[in-house]
Design a protein around this ligand. Structure first.
Ligand SMILES: Cc1cc2nc3c(=O)[nH]c(=O)nc-3n(C[C@H](O)[C@H](O)[C@H](O)COP(=O)(O)OP(=O)(O)OC[C@H]3O[C@@H](n4cnc5c(N)ncnc54)[C@H](O)[C@@H]3O)c2cc1C
Length: 423
C-alpha cells in the first residue's frame, strides 16, 4: 500500500491551497492530493464560461501547480476513511495510508424542493466540465431561460448568458430584490438596474432552467468514519481547522465556519474563505502556527463595467446583531483628473460601530478598481481599525491608478463617519 505523510482529499480551491501550504511549511513531507475529476474548473469563473470565456476548457486550474510544488496526484473518488488504520480508499480500490489528512471535499449544489426540478433541461451549477458543456450546448439552442435565485451566481449567469446571444432571461428571486443576501438595498437596486438595462427580463415559460440558489457542504467522506458534524451539517472544526480527530483537518465549503464578528455559526461559502482556511490547515498539520479568526465575508462581482462588492457586515446585518452604527459615504472618480482615460466613479460606504469607532463593514459600487479596494477594507476590518485609523492611514495615489489624495474614497468616507461619531 502506498503511504504519504500528508493526504488531501479534494483538488479545488481549498484542497490545492492546503497542499501547497503544507509543502511550504513542511518541505520534508510527502504530499498527495486525491480528487474526483480529471480537470478542475476555476469555480468562481464558471459563470464566465457562458459569455466572456466561451468554453469550460479555458476555465481550468492548471495542474502545473502540482508539479511545481512537488505534490503527487491521484484521480479517484474517495469512498471512505479508516481512521484506525489511517487509510483512505477510492471507488476503484486504491488504498493509501496517511499520517495527516485534510478533507477539502467542498460543496454540492442545493436543489430546492420544487416539483419539476428533476425534469429534463433543468440544470444546477455542478462544478463539472462535461456537465457545464452540456448546459452551454443547451443554452446555445434555447430562446428562453429562467434562472432560479438572484444571488451572485444567478445574476452573474444572467449577465454572461445574455452576452453575444439572442436569448430571453428571467431571474426569479423570492426576496424583495436580487443580491439582498450580500448588499443593502440601495446597491441591490443599482445592480438590478444594470442587468435590466442589459435586457434581463420576466417571462413565463422556458427552454432551459438553471437553479442557482447556493450549495450545501459535501460531508459524505467525513461521515464515513464518524468525524463530528456540526449543527448546520458541515464538518466541525476548531480554530486550527482540526476536526474531532486531531490528525484530520478540514477546510473549504465542507467545513463549519464562524463569523469574525459574532463568533456564531455562519453559512457563507466562498473560495476566498476556503483558501484562507486551507492556508491555516496546511500550516497547522504538525505544529500549530495559525489561527482562524472567523469569516469576514467578502463578496465581489461585476456587471458589465460596474463592480459591486462588500466586506464584513452589511447595514442590515450589523443592526440585526445589535450593533449601533455610524455610516460614512464618499464617491469620486478613480483617476485624477477625472477626465483621464478609463476614469470611472467609485462610491464607498463604510459602517463603523458607534462608541468604539471600529470598522464593521464596507460596500462599494462603480469602477472595477473597487475589486481591490474591497480587499483593503477587509484588511482594515481584520485589523479592527477605527474610523480615525482609516481616515489617517497613508495611502498611495497616482493620476492613472487612483482617486486624488484629496478625494480618496476610504479616507473621506471615514472622515464623514468621524463627524457623526463626534456627535
Ligand atoms: C458559479 C459559482 C461562482 C462562484 N463565484 C465565487 C466568487 O466569485 N468568489 C468566491 O470567493 N467564491 C465564489 N464561489 C464559491 C466558491 O466556488 C467555493 O467557495 C469554492 O469552490 C470552495 O472550494 P472548495 O475547494 O472548498 O470546494 P469545491 O470547489 O467544491 O471542490 C471540492 C473538491 O473536492 C473533490 N471531491 C469531493 N468529494 C470527493 C471524493 N469523495 N473523492 C475525491 N475528491 C472529492 C472535488 O472533486 C473537488 O476537487 C462561486 C461558486 C460557484 C458555484
Amino acid at each position: 500500500m502506498d503511504s504519504y505523510d500528508v493526504i488531501v482529499i479534494g483538488g479545488s480551491a481549498a484542497g490545492l491551497t492546503a497542499g501547497i501550504t503544507s509543502r511550504s511549511f513542511y518541505p520534508e513531507k510527502s504530499v498527495l492530493i486525491i480528487r474526483k475529476e480529471e480537470k478542475v474548473l476555476i469555480p468562481c469563473g464558471i459563470p464566465y464560461i457562458f459569455g466572456t470565456v466561451c468554453t469550460p476548457s479555458k476555465n481550468l486550474i492548471p495542474d502545473a501547480l502540482l508539479e511545481k510544488n512537488n505534490i503527487e496526484l491521484l484521480i479517484g473518488n474517495v469512498i471512505g476513511i479508516d481512521r484506525n488504520n489511517k487509510t483512505v480508499e477510492t471507488k476503484k480500490g486504491d488504498k493509501v495510508q496517511y499520517e495527516k489528512l485534510i478533507i477539502a471535499t467542498g460543496s454540492i449544489p442545493a436543489v430546492p424542493p420544487i416539483s419539476g426540478s428533476d425534469k429534463e433541461n433543468v440544470y444546477v451549477v455542478n462544478k463539472d466540465v462535461d456537465y457545464l458543456q452540456s448546459l452551454l450546448d443547451k443554452i446555445e439552442d434555447s430562446k428562453d431561460m429562467v434562472i432560479i435565485g438572484g444571488g451572485f451566481i444567478g445574476m452573474e449567469f444572467a449577465d454572461e448568458c445574455k452576452k453575444n446571444r439572442d436569448i430571453n432571461i428571467t431571474v426569479v428571486e423570492m426576496l424583495s430584490c436580487c443580491l439582498m443576501a450580500a448588499f443593502d438595498k440601495d446597491i441591490c437596486r443599482q445592480g438590478e438596474e444594470i442587468l435590466k438595462k442589459n435586457g434581463v427580463d420576466i417571462i413565463t415559460k422556458a427552454d432551459v432552467v438553471l437553479i442557482g440558489i447556493g450549495s450545501r457542504p459535501n460531508t459524505q467522506i467525513a461521515r464515513s468514519d464518524g468525524i463530528e458534524i456540526g449543527e448546520n451539517g458541515s464538518i466541525k472544526v476548531n480554530k486550527y481547522m482540526q476536526t474531532s480527530d486531531e490528525d484530520i483537518f478540514a477546510c473549504g465549503d465542507c467545513c463549519e465556519k464562524i463569523s469574525f464578528f459574532t463568533k456564531k455559526i455562519s453559512n457563507i461559502m466562498l473560495a476566498s474563505i476556503a483558501c484562507n482556511e486551507a492556508r491555516i490547515a496546511g500550516a497547522n498539520l504538525y505544529k500549530i502556527n495559525r489561527t482562524n479568526e472567523g469569516e469576514i465575508g467578502i463578496f465581489a462581482t461585476a456587471f458589465g463595467e460596474t463592480a459591486l462588492a462588500r466586506a464584513g457586515l452589511s447595514l442590515q446585518e450589523a443592526k440585526k446583531n445589535g450593533y449601533n452604527v455610524v455610516i460614512g459615504t464618499a464617491e469620486s472618480i478613480n483617476t485624477h483628473p477625472g477626465c483621464m482615460p478609463g476614469g470611472k466613479n467609485l462610491k464607498v460606504i463604510l459602517i463603523f460601530e458607534k462608541g468604539t469607532g471600529i470598522i464593521l463593514g464596507g460596500q462599494l459600487i462603480g469602477a472595477k478598481s473597487g475589486g481591490e479596494m474591497i480587499n483593503l477594507i477587509s484588511a482594515c476590518i481584520h485589523e479592527k481599525m477605527t474610523a480615525n485609523n482609516m481616515a489617517t492611514f497613508q495611502m498611495g495615489t497616482h493620476p492613472v491608478l487612483t482617486a486624488s489624495p484629496v478625494a480618496y474614497q476610504i479616507s473621506n468616507a471615514a472622515e464623514m463617519a468621524i463627524k457623526e461619531l463626534r456627535k
